[in-house]
Ligand binder design. Structure first.
Ligand code: BGC
Length: 724
């Protein structure tokens, strides 16, 4: 049973892979014309005990063993979620030193979410799927869909924001796109993995409604709408049980209630106990720093099977789930897609996601877009102007084919006619001479474009730890103030996740939020800055004025980062804008906010009722959206639902639909957003299901969670109940 990783094995695997494709359909499992379950059962029936064991645990950092006898190739996994990660190992986290493991670096998840464009989610997933196949991968470890509960979480940049509806829609597109390429996505980290502090040990306590209404919907959508084939358990505990061995989450909710048929893998070293893992829903153990033979799902599992402690049927079920994913992703089929890398189309998807994800937060007196024909000089200031970001952040890092920095993007766009200078402005070591030089450069330029914010250094936007506060690092608050004093025409571009801005926001005329925009990010930024692209991104999370305004913070250390090993989600349902609405706190920039170079007008809201027909729609919001400005642009129309007199606590309003609409100047379109009963429902723990109460609701439509232009009344004549 002992599985060794060696170069010979890898070479052998490669041979087996080729011959598996070449051979004829000797067995039913190799016959693509057979039904999926027939193939699964056939293959399962051919495996010896040792072979079954080899399917449920790793044999290197990112693989499981081949079974050459049956033509089963080695199974390769890769991070995720922003592209195919550099190869490591096999037995270490150090790079493997390959020269063919570059990939297209997509914008980070939070930037994708800021596009509010599920179609682009599909394109990003499809691109990553194609690159994964070309790189020989079978399962891509993403998307990450954990809800942004506290802005401090070090991995917020990988995830899709604070709202369950937005996160769900964006991840469904991504997964469908990725899985269309004959790989499995692996949605992660299931569940309630909302902080990096003590991530391996912290126990999360959250009530039933918060669990079902806030933290689970994206996973449920991944399973039921996107048909995701793999789910990764989280490191943390939930209600006293590790998430990778959590009976409630894995057996009861994921598999029994939601009907998930694929495999559950552990996060790397997220398994802690053989017995718990065997019985509580884990199907594949990955990533422990032990010898592979000592994995909980290796020798200890085998011993328990032999002694009768563990039933063979449970092992068969785990193997069945693993095989199902292999067969569903066409591992044994001669016509499995072979993928492509770094094509012009891939580069274009990377650029479009960035262009649509960059958010214009402030633009006084039409400071933007810049007109390159009217500017003689630009002072580019700030370390992020030249910093490569794609290769940082830990497991989501990418060895990018190239990365267009913001400086390079500006040079590409305007360098032929505008004099562009660069000053670093700040550095980790707080070098004052950098400030002086930046201020001097600012003084002598027509325009300053400042590129600052965060980066992927440990303690900032990086896996493994959370931020300590929401301050801009490296003295940037003071630096920006000095630069604006020297040149009022200073445009601030922030990379990273949200920061406090009170020290300088009033003084700067224009502000862009660029997140981590991927390897085409510099070009995308230049296109937005110079108006080739009209910004259309909207915030996927509330930007607070200060940390003390944020929900998790308000309940003290027991609610974040936790005390005595437990973090209690005391704010319950009031996550993100739900909190700011309930507590009447003015955010710095609200959820769903983002400006454009044009203006939009909403009018004529009608609520058209229907009988629930085939797609479940009981009412459709129809309204007109018009581009009333002089340039083409896209508006994300957001729809929120409010219940008038609920019998239980309901958030003031909740996002239940949105549509991104592209309009020429003067163009008007009628937009339709259908609503099913679940748009009006809350989770009732007593009935383990969703209740839409009979009564009055308001349908609110507008350009952000705090900019509602239209309002309609909807009366639900009869209560509706649906099982989870
Ligand atoms: C991360 C996962 C990642 C895995 C493999 C873990 O530390 O939490 O997101 O997929 O490592 O790199």
């Amino acid at each position: 049973m002992k599985i060794q990783t060696c170069l010979f094995c890898i070479a052998l695997t490669a041979l087996v892979r080729t011959s598996a494709v070449a051979q004829t359909n000797q067995f039913p499992f190799q016959d693509p014309s057979q039904p999926l379950e027939t193939r699964v059962e056939d293959l399962l029936s051919r495996l010896t005990l040792a072979e079954k064991m080899s399917i449920v645990h790793a044999d290197s950092k990112f693989t499981t063993a081949a079974i050459p006898r049956l033509g089963i190739p080695r199974r390769w996994m890769s991070d995720g979620p922003h592209g195919v990660r550099e190869d490591v190992g096999p037995d270490t986290w150090n790079p493997a030193g390959h020269t063919d493991d570059f990939s297209t670096a997509m914008p980070a998840g939070i930037c994708l979410a800021a596009t509010w464009n599920p179609g682009l989610g599909y394109s990003e997933g499809e691109t990553i799927g194609q690159e994964a196949r070309k790189r020989g991968k079978d399962i891509m470890l993403g998307p990450g869909v954990n809800i942004l509960r506290t802005p401090l979480c070090g991995r917020n940049f990988e995830y899709l924001g604070e709202d369950p509806s937005l996160t769900s829609q964006m991840c469904v597109g991504y997964i469908r796109g990725a899985q269309s390429q004959d790989i499995s996505s692996c949605v992660k980290h299931f569940a309630l993995n909302n902080q990096e502090s003590d991530r391996m040990t912290i126990n999360v306590e959250a009530d039933e409604r918060a669990l079902h209404e806030i933290y689970l919907p994206a996973f449920k959508a991944a399973v039921q709408q996107a048909g995701v084939w793999s789910v990764m358990g989280a490191y943390n505990e939930f209600r006293g049980q590790h998430c990778c061995e959590n009976d409630l989450l894995l057996n009861k909710i994921l598999k029994d209630e939601w009907g998930f048929k694929g495999l559950v893998m552990s996060d790397w070293a997220g398994t802690h106990d053989t017995r718990e893992a065997v019985f509580n829903g884990l199907d594949l153990e990955m990533g422990t720093d032990r010898n592979y033979i000592d994995f909980y799902f290796a020798q200890p599992y085998l011993d328990g099977l032999k002694s009768g402690e563990f039933p063979m049927a449970a092992l068969d079920e785990k193997v069945r789930r693993n095989l199902r994913v292999m067969i569903a992703t066409h591992v044994f089929d001669a016509d499995r897609k072979t993928g492509s890398l770094n094509t012009a189309a891939h580069q274009s998807v990377a650029r479009r996601v960035a262009e649509e994800g960059i958010v214009l937060l402030k633009n006084e007196n039409h400071t933007l877009p810049l007109d390159a024909t009217k500017i003689n000089s630009i002072a580019v200031i700030g370390e992020n102007a030249t910093r490569l970001q794609s290769h940082g952040g830990e497991s989501s890092e990418i060895k990018a084919f190239y990365e267009i920095t913001p400086l390079q993007g500006i040079i590409n766009r305007a360098g032929h006619r505008v004099n562009i200078t660069l000053s670093e402005g700040y550095s980790k070591d707080g070098d004052d001479s950098l400030t002086e030089r930046a201020v001097a450069a600012a003084k002598s330029a027509d325009v300053v474009i400042y590129f600052g914010g965060l980066n992927h250094d440990s303690g900032l936007d990086c896996e493994g730890s959370d931020r300590k506060d929401l301050k801009l690092p490296y003295g940037q608050d003071e630096l920006i103030q000095k630069i604006v004093a020297a040149n009022p025409k200073t445009i601030v571009v922030l990379e990273g996740t949200m920061v406090e801005m009170d020290a300088w926001l009033d003084q700067v005329p224009a502000l862009l939020q660029a997140w981590y925009p991927g390897m085409e990010g510099g070009n995308a930024l230049a296109h937005v800055l110079f108006g080739d692209v009209n910004p259309s991104g909207k915030l996927p999370a509330t930007f607070p004025k200060k940390l003390s305004d944020t929900p998790a913070y308000a309940f003290g250390p027991a609610a974040y980062p936790g005390t005595n090993g437990t973090v209690t989600y005391a704010e319950g349902l009031l996550v993100g804008y739900r909190w700011y609405d309930a507590k009447n706190i003015e955010p710095l920039f609200p959820f769903g906010f983002g400006l454009s170079y044009t203006t939009f007008k909403y009018s004529n809201l009608k609520l058209v009722e229907s009988d629930g027909g085939t797609n479940g729609t009981i009412v459709t919001a129809q309204f007109d959206l018009e581009n009333t400005g002089a340039v083409a642009g896209a508006e994300v129309a957001e729809l929120y639902v409010h219940q008038d007199s609920p019998s239980v606590q309901r958030p003031e309003k909740e996002l239940k639909g949105f549509k991104k609409v592209f309009l020429q100047p003067g163009e008007r379109q009628t937009v339709s957003i259908p609503l099913a009963p679940n748009a009006f429902a809350y989770y009732d723990p007593a009935q383990s299901g969703w209740v839409a109460e009979k009564g009055d609701f308001k349908v609110l439509v507008g350009g952000s969670s705090r900019d509602i232009s239209l309002q309609g009344n909807y009366h639900l004549a009869q209560a509706v109940f649906a099982k989870d």
